[in-house]
Design a binder for this molecule. Structure first.
Ligand code: BV8
Length: 244
């Protein structure tokens, strides 16, 4: 794969770089994306129909099991070469911000330090009435545990459709998009807002926007460089070409 020389030169001289990742960056680790056709137990459900407060209200056990299954799988897999390449990029760039929509924690496992989890993290749960966040609990198969303080159901500490994003994380992501010289959009279909607006914010302030994705997305017509393919193959080649 050919990396344009002017991109190599520009990246070498860039002090501020930001990257937005989506489910595609974890696909080569063995985690399903939201667009992959679900198989087995979840074949009849669309994630969008389960990742909502209404779904949890209506069928808490089903939503709890959906996340318990994903949490189990996320705990069994390893970061892939794409995660490691982004951690390597962070070591070369003075101000690097990794913004992820993923809740699987794989970027930190790969060694990324400055990770902004826009949509939360599947390894944490929280009281649905706000009493607190928990990282350990007794897993009762098929049942959502209840809050030791108020008795309300505990839920995954992730941002569901229709819910506000955590304000600090969103502010950090917007600041990174507004101050970067290069913005990478990796492994995301660019459909979910407000995350999908971040690369466009970067474009507005004159940043070079680079997309790495298995297929074209609504962002593709706006980017400066589009590398079509697997992030686990493209990112390591790009990091090697720029930083050796
Ligand atoms: C909100 C967490 C304010 C849990 C998720 C305008 C403004 C604001 C909001 C909206 C708006 N318009 C509509 C909305 C509502 C909604 C939204 O955007 N809906 C969409 C569907 C239109 N947004 C919200 O509700 C957000 N809340 O804005 O609050 C508010 C409040 C009340 C009322 C209105 C507004 C909250 C959004 C967060 C939802 N939570 N996840 C969990 O993970 O279960 S979203 C979830 O889906 C992910 O986090 C991610 O964001 C999204 C899936 O996207 P991707 O990660 O991109 O994954 P996808 O499968 O789609 O694509 C993968 C790509 O990778 C593909 O293109 C594929 O080709 C590629 N690929 C595959 N393999 C590889 C690869 N690429 C490279 N290499 C590979 N190997």
């Amino acid at each position: 794969m050919e990396i344009p020389p002017e991109l190599i030169t520009f990246l070498r001289s860039s002090a501020h770089v930001a990257a937005l990742t989506g489910a595609g960056v974890s696909q080569e680790s063995g985690l399903r994306t939201f667009r992959d056709t679900a198989d087995g137990l979840w074949a009849q459900y669309r994630p969008e129909d389960l990742a909502t407060p209404e779904a949890f209200e209506r069928t808490p056990e089903l939503v709890w099991e959906f996340y318990a299954a994903r949490r189990l799988k996320a705990g069994e897999v390893q970061p892939n070469a794409g995660h490691f390449a982004l951690a390597e990029m962070e070591r070369h760039v003075p101000h690097f911000t990794l913004i992820t929509q993923n809740v699987d924690g794989l970027h930190r496992h790969a060694g990324s330090k400055s990770v902004v989890e826009l949509h939360g993290n599947i390894t944490r749960i929280k009281c649905s009435r706000g009493c607190g966040v928990f990282t350990e609990w007794e897993e009762l198969p098929g049942k959502a545990p209840t809050c030791p303080t108020c008795g309300a159901k505990l839920r995954p500490d992730v941002v569901w459709f229709g819910e506000m994003l955590p304000s600090d994380e969103l502010a950090t992501a917007v600041q990174a998009a507004r101050t970067c010289q290069v913005f990478f959009s990796v492994g995301t279909s660019g459909l979910v807002k407000p995350a999908a607006r971040l690369p466009l914010l970067a474009k507005q302030i004159g940043a070079v926007v680079v997309e790495v994705n298995a297929e074209e997305t609504p962002l593709t017509p706006s980017v400066d460089y589009f590398f079509q393919g697997k992030s686990g193959e493209i990112l390591p080649e790009l990091v090697k070409a720029v930083w050796g």
